[in-house]
Write a protein of this length. Structure first.
Length: 375
């Protein structure tokens, strides 16, 4: 088999846990991984006998979908690379990778603690098939796993005993099945536009994809990142009186935070147009300070339940007219400090942040700053 071209067919064992159950650990030892791999090989062979002609590789670690569905599929790519190095004949052509002295053999196979408490745990599997077999085996897996992919009783019992959990379901899925399942989950929580961006990043990273969020914020995937329309720019196109516009602005920032959190989990950067990725915030700059105006100051726009939704850097001129120099949008609470520091250092101003207690819009309904000094 080693002289032939091997095609990797990605599969996953998905565990749906009983309510409140969390596995006692995120990884398996080498011996445990080998035990589980033997059971999985039996299950898959019973479903699709052609599996015996492929090399089965397993990573003894439990992941969340966001960890597996990242550009380049790094978990499966690492598993495939490790499996190809193992000489033919080891463990009857079933290879398993588990921990040694508490660590997996490569960093991408280490699950992240931040995603360890999800209701579904996923164990990555790869079938390395000869090129002549790969297409027909892939087709059979897609059909059989959807229809009859429940794990065998011995496998389920081993999992419950080893992980200390109760299982509602344990079933095999192809990676395409996992993609479809995740799509449905995101659509269910009104994030279908996000999925269209993720799908492009995962499956057609060479092709741009444009969409709009449920609230009408323009989003575009290209060159490995998602570019979002500025919330301030979005606000300029919105109708309604000032209170409604301020309420809608808070809503679109909340939506943007949802997108940012999920894109970050999938390792896809989120930026504004013509800006570089920043850690936890978005920043747009409109100009530099004018000597004829007062010294610039920082103002925090706030909304109930969301805290600071935007920071505006502005300076006052004749008659108190505010001149806006920049807007920043913290995407999570811990990002507010770094955002304020970046604005203060970039523009050479005091980092003191003046709380407005509301979202302040100017006479034209745009994100603005006070016409009078705050005391």
């Amino acid at each position: 088999m080693e002289a032939q071209t091997l095609v990797a067919l990605p599969v996953v064992l998905a565990l749906e846990l009983s309510a409140g159950d969390i596995p006692s650990r995120r990884t398996l030892s080498r011996d445990e991984a080998a035990e589980l791999a033997a059971l999985i090989a039996e299950d898959l062979h019973a479903l699709v006998p052609q599996v015996a002609e492929a090399r089965l590789a397993l990573a003894g670690a439990w992941f969340d979908a966001v960890e597996l569905l990242r550009p380049g599929f790094p978990v499966w790519a690492t598993l495939d690379e490790l499996a190809r190095r193992v000489p033919r004949g080891h463990l009857e052509n079933v290879v398993a990778f588990g921990t040694h002295e508490g660590h997996m053999p490569a960093q991408p196979l280490e699950p992240e603690a931040a995603f360890a408490d999800g209701p579904m745990r996923l164990l990555p599997i790869s079938l390395l098939a000869p090129e002549a077999l790969a297409e027909s085996l892939s087709e059979k897996l897609e059909v059989e796993l959807v229809g009859r992919g429940e794990a065998g009783a011995r496998t389920a019992d081993w999992l419950m005993r080893t992980l200390g959990v109760r299982l509602e379901h344990a079933r095999y899925l192809s990676r395409n099945d996992l993609l479809a399942l995740t799509c449905v989950q995101y659509e269910h929580v009104n994030l279908a536009p996000l999925w269209s961006l993720l799908e492009a990043a995962l499956l057609t990273p060479y092709r741009p994809e444009s969409t709009m969020s449920a609230r009408g914020l323009a989003l575009r995937y290209h060159d490995g990142k998602v570019e979002a329309q500025s919330p301030a720019e979005w606000l300029r196109s919105q109708p309604g009186e000032l209170n409604q516009r301020a309420h809608d602005f808070a809503g679109v920032v909340f939506e943007l935070r949802q997108y940012a959190a999920l894109l970050d989990a999938h390792h896809i950067p989120l930026v504004l147009a013509d800006s570089e990725p920043a850690s936890g915030y978005l920043l747009e700059t409109f100009g530099t300070a004018e000597p004829a105006y007062d010294a610039p100051a920082l103002y925090a726009h706030e909304a109930p339940g969301l805290g600071v939704v935007a920071v505006t850097l502005a300076q006052r001129g004749d008659g108190g007219r505010a001149r806006v120099l920049a807007h920043g949008y913290p995407l999570h609470p811990k990002a507010l400090g770094p955002l304020v520091t970046e604005l203060a250092e970039r523009h050479g101003v005091s980092p003191d942040l003046h709380a407005l207690g509301c979202i302040l819009l100017d006479a034209e309904g745009q994100l603005g700053a006070p016409a009078q000094a705050l005391h």
